[in-house]
Design a protein around this ligand. Structure first.
Ligand SMILES: [Zn+2]
Length: 470
């Protein structure tokens, strides 16, 4: 049999095969098998001549010489029959292979078979029919089969739902993908087929999107980065022409580059929670209490309402809310407060009398160590202290450096204060007449010896008491 004719036939067969593969991609196997059956039958024949050498050309490029056309053809067959992992579609060369084995009588320099095969593989690109995943018309990933891409998207969606429901207070009613997702069958380089794991990583990392931001008054680069969820370094990278991001001018525009997910999930979720309602407060007048006193007769309690609502969220951000059901679990309990209305009967009539029989040792006014807001009347410890005018006792107690102190409200605008007392003989709320004994002179608090520190306040401000006695 004429070898040359035989191999011309093989080359023609390839063209036919390729034509069929491209025209009718899903079922090329028959043609391919037929072709190689023919090839195998030929090379299997034991008539192969021992001293025959073959020059191998691919697309007119000399690859080498071999004595083993049979092994080479087998490998070629395997190579072309290679299927991408998980693919149901056979691979085919990208371009038609003009492949010849030509018997030669040249002085043979044999090419090692593995080298010959490697050269053949490096010069051909295998294509297959794969599925390309498009999101909003953007080519995002290439997979062997539509179901692989669908499974990846479904997995991400399932994980998203699980994450939304993880807290236990939401139940995902429905989920939709905002973007349009398309799967298209296309002729692709077999090397471009991605693993489902890699496809998922691509989808989750998202694309990088540039946004223009107008600087607001008082806004710093750090503020902007915080809000956009990027690093300040990223801001510098996104604005290479900017002279100084530390001196942003309000109104100027800068670039923000932030990752944007390929897939945006829109969920409708049922949320159920207890809402607390405030309690009303009722004020009751009580004439047994002074105006500055108040007591809580009954503590208020907040009411409880069980709420069931449907929320619409985009990537967890609420965009809509609709109340489905409200059920009152507990009525609020009114807080009742008693407010004093007792009249302060004793109004000071003036003029004031000196509250104790003592010697003036320190006048009102500035003195070393600070402003003296009253006068000091030195007297023996235990000397009676009397009310300078009629009024109501509003304070009895320890008052820091003042020691034991009494304050009397004289109605109108006047109050008097008595400090460093040894003892107090009145209680808060007591009404006293001018000259009533209220306590005794002492040296409590910060004091160098027994004396009465006496202040007169007019509308809350201490004034010089001496003016009332001249
Ligand atoms: Zn004093």
């Amino acid at each position: 049999m004429n070898r040359l004719r035989q191999f011309l036939l093989i080359t023609m067969g390839f063209f036919l095969f390729l034509l069929l593969v491209i025209v009718n991609a899903p079922q090329p196997a028959v043609t391919q098998d037929m072709l190689f059956d023919e090839l195998s039958e030929e090379v299997d024949e034991p008539k192969e001549e021992v001293n025959a050498y073959y020059a191998v050309h691919l697309d007119g490029v000399f690859l080498g010489r071999t004595q083993c056309p049979k092994v080479f053809s087998r490998h070629l067959e395997d190579y072309l029959a290679f299927q991408s992992p998980g693919s149901k579609t056979a691979a085919f060369p990208e371009e038609s292979l003009d492949f010849t084995l030509q018997r030669t009588s040249d002085v043979p320099v044999l090419t090692p078979l593995n080298q010959l095969l490697a050269r053949m593989e490096s010069r051909t690109t295998l294509m297959t029919v794969g599925t390309v995943l498009y999101i909003d018309d953007e080519r995002v990933a290439v997979v062997s089969d539509r179901s692989v891409a669908e499974d990846v998207v479904q997995d991400i969606q399932n994980d998203y739902i699980a994450q939304r429901e993880a807290g236990g207070d939401a139940e995902v009613e429905s989920v939709e993908i905002k973007e349009s997702i398309e799967f298209k069958q296309e002729k692709v380089d077999i090397e471009a087929i991605e693993d489902p794991k890699d496809v998922r990583a691509v989808l989750e990392a998202g694309r990088v999107k540039e946004v223009r931001h107008e600087v607001q008054p008082g806004e710093t680069a750090w503020d902007i980065a915080q809000v956009a969820g990027v690093q300040t370094d990223d801001l510098e990278e996104a604005n290479p022409g900017h002279s100084d991001l530390n001196r942003l001018q309000p109104g100027e525009e800068i670039s923000l580059v932030a990752p944007e997910p390929y897939i945006t999930f829109v969920t409708k979720e049922i949320h159920q929670y207890i809402r607390q309602t405030p309690f009303p407060v009722e004020r009751q007048e009580d004439s047994s209490l002074w105006p500055w006193e108040q007591t809580i007769e009954q503590h208020g309690q907040r009411g409880e309402v069980k709420v069931i609502e449907r929320r619409t969220l985009e990537e967890g951000r609420e965009v809509d809310r609709e109340i489905l059901e409200e059920e009152k679990l507990a009525q609020p309990v009114t807080q009742i407060v008693r407010v004093g209305t007792r009249e302060t009967p004793q109004q000071g009539s003036g003029p004031f009398i000196l509250p104790t029989d003592g010697r003036l040792t320190s006048p009102f006014g500035p003195r070393p160590g600070g402003f003296h807001s009253g006068i000091d009347l030195a007297a023996a410890s235990g000397t009676a202290v009397v009310a300078a005018d009629a009024g109501t006792v509003t304070y009895v107690g320890w008052r820091g450096g003042y020691g034991r102190t009494i304050i009397i409200d004289h109605g109108g605008e006047h109050r008097t204060l008595y400090a460093h007392l040894n003892r107090a003989d009145v209680e808060v709320g007591a009404t006293v007449a001018q000259g009533d004994r209220i306590g005794t002179v002492g040296s409590t608090g910060v004091s160098t010896g027994p004396h009465l520190h006496f202040e007169i306040w007019v509308e809350g401000t201490p004034v010089d008491p001496i003016q009332f006695f001249e």
